[in-house]
Design a protein around this ligand. Structure first.
Ligand code: NAD
Length: 335
């Protein structure tokens, strides 16, 4: 018996989670939701996903000639688990409906930790979501930070972390967001990213600052970590090479920017040209005294996708061993 997964909000994250779920052998998509009869709704139907819509929008979809399978409430009543990929601060609205139907639900990083009380990263705290009714996969940036901070802390103990985030201002399919010709600092310090890392690893001391820049491809983090245990540049390179979902590249091989990273993802045949791994520049890693410096890049549209799959496995008690779930997800997704 496969776990029945519904996607509420078939947008940037929702459509990727749908693809990844159907690549696994222990779960399947039973339906997705859209609020408007857009090209994405048409594509969902073409992909063979039963389409569910809000009760007050049924007529809009019928008028647009789209075949729907039922209402959002119908999908909620049929699913074992809903992956809620509605825009940030919207999905809290559905909590009551999920609770009433007794269905499990995963929210994304646009929601606050307080909505679920549990936040998820596969390597760092898989077991905290074990059997839970509600959990939350942290945002793209927080997932990126946790992927490298967790193994470094485990091996060398982070005393203090200082991270500057250079954030893409819009996703590639978004023609409304900006800035398009400016650099915009987030003046509230620390930005939400540091406290969000602490929602998974509460003992980590970390300060974060962020600026938005006019690009759509990826975020970049510049990371400075004071470590308690002595280490070397070579040891850190070895550790990150062995870390799942972290990929090392070299500027000296021509991977000088986010443009070449996304080209790499397309060339290796990834679905939608996605780079699910956090990409660290090997020749940009340096240990000086007890301080480690490195740069990493985050493909915001896709790094959280494998985490959603592992979160489903933990919440639905499909695999107790985090490492086995990570390996299974990676194999199925070609990571
Ligand atoms: P999106 O706007 O691309 O997609 C959201 C989808 O939800 C759309 O299909 C829209 O039709 C639907 N929707 C809108 N209002 C709804 C409502 N009231 N009820 C049901 N469905 C509704 O958004 P996204 O980028 O996929 O983001 C989804 C979540 O994932 C957010 O919490 C976001 O913060 C988080 N996230 C986004 C990114 C990213 O870079 N895009 C990365 C990581 C996490």
């Amino acid at each position: 018996m496969k776990v029945k997964v519904g996607i509420n909000g078939y947008g940037t994250i929702g459509k990727r989670v749908a693809t990844a779920v159907n690549q696994q052998d222990d779960m399947e998509i039973i339906g997705v939701t859209k609020t408007r009869p857009t090209y994405e709704a048409q594509l969902a139907i073409q992909m063979g996903y039963p389409l569910y819509v809000p009760a007050d929008k049924v007529d809009d979809f019928k008028a647009a000639g789209l075949d729907i399978a039922g209402t959002v409430d119908d999908l909620i009543s049929k699913a074992d688990i809903i992956v809620d990929c509605t825009p940030g601060k919207v999905s809290g609205e559905y909590k009551e409906a999920y609770a009433k139907a007794g269905v499990k639900a995963i929210w994304q990083g646009g929601e606050d930790h307080s909505l679920t009380g549990i936040s998820f990263n596969a390597a760092a705290n898989y077991k905290e979501s074990w059997g839970a009714q509600f959990s939350r996969v942290v945002s793209c940036n927080t997932t990126g930070l946790l992927r490298t901070l967790y193994p470094i802390d485990k091996n060398f103990k982070i005393k203090n972390g200082y991270v500057s985030l250079i954030r893409r201002s819009a996703d590639p399919n978004d023609s409304k967001a900006g800035p398009i010709n400016a650099i915009e600092p987030v003046v509230k310090i620390p930005t939400h990213h540091g406290p969000d890392v602490q929602s998974v690893l509460p003992w980590i001391s970390i300060q974060t600052m962020a600026v938005k820049v006019p690009t759509t491809l990826m975020h970049i983090h510049t990371v400075v970590l004071e470590l308690e245990k002595e280490t070397t540049t070579e040891e850190i390179i070895k550790l990150l090479k062995e870390t799942p979902r972290v990929k090392l590249v070299k500027a000296k091989d021509g991977v000088k920017s986010t443009a070449q990273i996304m080209d790499l993802a397309r060339e290796i045949g990834r679905t939608r040209g996605d780079m699910f791994e956090i990409v660290v520049w090997e020749d940009g890693i340096k240990v000086v005294g007890n301080t480690l410096y490195y740069y990493q890049a985050v493909n915001q549209e896709s790094d959280v996708i494998p985490e959603n799959i592992d979160c489903i496995r933990s919440m639905c008690k499909l695999e107790e061993d985090p490492a086995k779930s990570i390996a299974k997800t990676n194999k199925a997704m070609g990571i």
